[in-house]
Write a protein that binds this ligand. Structure first.
Ligand code: PPE
Length: 305
């Protein structure tokens, strides 16, 4: 999707013009992938723009950096304030937000630690990630020929720049084969997640989503959906899934900040009823929750102003 520029990007403590938010070609992370990032959305609410679960996203950014051994130069509170300042500077009611921390220009070679850690936050308007009408129409999934990371290869709990080589390989393979998104299996063959979303599947009336131990990112939308699903009276929990669980699912959907809740209409050309009743109810509630329309979830909407 083409990027629509906004006026300013936050870089190392101040807002700079969009066109001036550049890095040197010898930026360490550009060569070796040791960076961490987040994907967050701000939505229009009755009280003004609000960033959905901003604190949890910034805490995960800090944890990703900790896993990499990357010193983070700004506290969680400082980055929360910086994110709000950046969103406010766009004048937009809703947008996608991309904080990134990376080892900058300094030295080359595999040890990143001599390089200064730089932090930037960019925002831009971003529409439906898996196509318009992804709830009603559903997306076609294909099991990837690429295996998801082993815990001792690339830690799946950290949202690192380098982890996304694996995701991009899988995404491109799925798109070139005529599908919308890839399902990735862990080295032991269990279902991990999709290239950019967590996956939920209904089996025997229960909603199951693979945990971190199966190689999935601990998604913030996954956590939101587990809460919403329970509040709606559904039995929903993290659990391991086999590939065959996907083929005989009663319903299935993917969740992520960018994709929100998008139903799945087939996996490897095995049709899945779409959208299922639980999927539809959860998607509708999620859409209202992020816009501050549901009292019990309003604490997740962190106002910008
Ligand atoms: N797994 C992966 C691999 C992943 O990239 C995401 C987010 C999730 C699960 C869901 O996490 P959460 O956003 O906390 O619910 N993927 C980002 C992808 C965006 C991009 O293409 O860049 C996102 O949704 O922002």
């Amino acid at each position: 999707m083409p990027i629509t520029p906004t006026p300013k990007i936050w870089m190392n403590g101040s807002l700079v013009n969009w066109a001036d938010a550049n890095v040197h070609i010898l930026t360490h992370t550009l060569h070796y992938g040791m960076g961490v990032f987040e994907g967050i959305r701000a939505y229009e609410t009755a009280d003004g723009p609000a960033v959905f679960r901003l604190t949890e996203h910034i805490e995960r950014l800090h944890n990703s950096a900790k896993i990499l051994g990357m010193p983070m130069p700004y506290s969680v509170d400082e980055l929360i304030a910086a994110t709000k300042e950046t969103v406010a500077s766009t004048g937009l009611d809703s947008c996608y937000i991309r904080p990134i921390a990376y080892f900058g220009y300094g030295e080359m070679g595999l040890n990143p630690l001599p390089c200064k850690v730089d932090v930037a936050i960019a925002c831009w308007p971003w529409g439906a990630y898996l196509g318009d009408d992804a709830v009603e129409k559903g997306v076609r999934l294909k099991t990837s020929s690429w295996t998801r990371h082993d815990h001792n290869t690339m830690p799946p709990a950290a949202k690192t720049v380098g982890n996304y080589v694996n995701s991009s390989l899988a995404k491109v393979e799925a798109l070139q084969a005529g599908y919308d998104e890839a399902v990735m299996l862990a080295p032991n063959g269990l279902v991990a997640e999709c290239s950019g979303e967590n996956l939920f599947v209904a089996r025997h009336g229960k909603l199951l989503t693979p945990p971190l131990s199966a190689g999935a990112l601990e998604g913030i939308t996954q956590s939101t959906v587990l809460t919403i699903a329970s509040d709606l009276g559904f039995d929903a929990r993290t659990d391991n899934l086999a590939r065959s669980d996907l083929y005989i699912a009663e319903e299935a959907f993917v969740v992520g900040t960018a994709a929100e809740v998008s139903s799945v209409n087939s996996v490897d050309d095995r049709a899945i009823p779409c959208p299922g009743p639980m999927t539809r109810a959860i998607a509708e509630t999620y859409g209202d929750a992020v816009r501050g329309k549901i009292d019990r979830y309003r604490h997740w909407c962190e106002l910008v102003g």
